[in-house]
Design a protein around this ligand. Sequence first.
Ligand SMILES: Nc1ncnc2c1ncn2[C@@H]1O[C@H](COP(=O)(O)OP(=O)(O)OP(=O)(O)O)[C@@H](O)[C@H]1O
Ligand SMILES: O=C(O)C(=O)C[C@@H](O)[C@H](O)CO
Length: 340
Amino acid sequence: MSGLTTKYLLCCDWGTSFFRLRLTNLYDHQCTGELISREGIAGTFDAWRKTGAATGMSRDNFFRRQLKKQINALGRQLAMNLLNIPVVISGMASSSIGMEEVPYAVLPFALDGSQSSIRHFDPQPDFPHELMLISGVRSGQDVMRGEETQLIGLVTLLTLSGEKTREAIFVFPGTHSKHMYVRDGQLISFDTYMTGELFDLMAHHSILKDSVDLIDLTDFSAPNVLAFRQGVQQATASGILNGLFTIRTNQLFDTFTKAENAFYLSGLLIGTELLPLLAEKGWPLVLCSGSKLTGFYELAIRELNLADRATTIPADLIDQAASRGQAMLFRNQTLKEITR
Ligand SMILES: Nc1ncnc2c1ncn2[C@@H]1O[C@H](COP(=O)(O)OP(=O)(O)OP(=O)(O)O)[C@@H](O)[C@H]1O
Ligand SMILES: O=C(O)C(=O)C[C@@H](O)[C@H](O)CO
C-alpha cells in the first residue's frame, strides 16, 4: 500500500521501558485505537538474548515478531484487519539494543523533519506491512531516540494552535529525561538525565527499596508534597550520592513514612535534574510531560523558583506528539518519493 492511498498509519513509539502502538487516521489525526504495554526495548532485547539468540533467530526477526504480536492484539481489540497498514516506529527500536541500528541525525536538527534519519523496509510474507524506522539525533556527547519525533510533532501542534516559540528549553521528563534547546525552528543542543531510570533502580533494586513505598504516587496530599519539596531542597544542599543516603536515614529516624519517602526520592532526583536550569537564566522553559509526571515536575519547578519562566504543555497534547511527528515524517517521505 502506498503512502498516498493509505487512510491509516500504525504509529509506534517503542521506548526503553514502554511499547505504545496507535492506529491513527492520517486525514484527521484521530487516534482510532491504542495499545500500551511494558514490553519496551530494554526488556525485548533481554528476551531476545535469552531465547531468540539461543534458537538462532536474528534480532530484527525477533523484534518484528514481537511487533506483529502487538499489531495482532490491537487488531483484535478494535475488531479490525490491520494487514498492510504501514508502520512507523520511533524511539529505541533503531538503537544498538533495538530491531536494527540506524545512524543518528546530527545537530543543528530542523524541526520540520527534513533532516530526520530514516530507514525503509519492504513488506515481508510474515510481516505484511511497509515499515519506516526513524532514528534519533546525536550531539558531540549525547544521544536521543524518540524525543526528536515527539518534539517535531509538538512544534507542529503548537504552531497550529497559534503558539510561536522562538527560543526555549523543552523539558521532556521520563526514563531518560531530555532538556532540548530550541532556537528558530532548530534543535541546537540537548542534555540527558537518567532521572526515571534511577528512580526505578533505587526504589526497586537498591538498599533504599525497603525505605520507600510506591503504592500511591498519585496521592498529592500535604505530607507527601512536603516530603517531595524537602527532597528538592536536599538536591540543592548536597550532591546526589549523599542525598540518596538521606532516604535511608529518613526511614531509620522516622522522619517520613515510606510513602512520603517515595515522594522525597522523587523530589531529590527531579530537583537534581532541574538544578542546571537555574544557570540558564535567559531561557524560557517548556514542560512537556505526560500526565504521570507533570505534577511532580511542576512542584519542583515552583520549589526551585523557576515558575516565572516556565509553561506547561497540557498532557493530552504531549500524548499526541509522537504520532503527530511520525505522521508528518511519513507524509514527507511519501512526497519525496513522488517527486523523485
Ligand atoms: N514520581 C516519579 N519521580 C521520578 N521518576 C518517576 C516517578 N514515577 C515514575 N518515574 C519514572 O518515570 C519513567 C516512566 O515515565 P514515562 O512513562 O514518561 O517514561 P518514558 O520515558 O516515556 O518511557 P520510555 O523510555 O519507554 O519511552 C520510569 O522510568 C519511572 O521509573
Ligand atoms: O540512542 C540511544 O541509544 C539512547 O539510549 C537514547 C535514549 O536516551 C532515549 O532517547 C530515551 O530513552
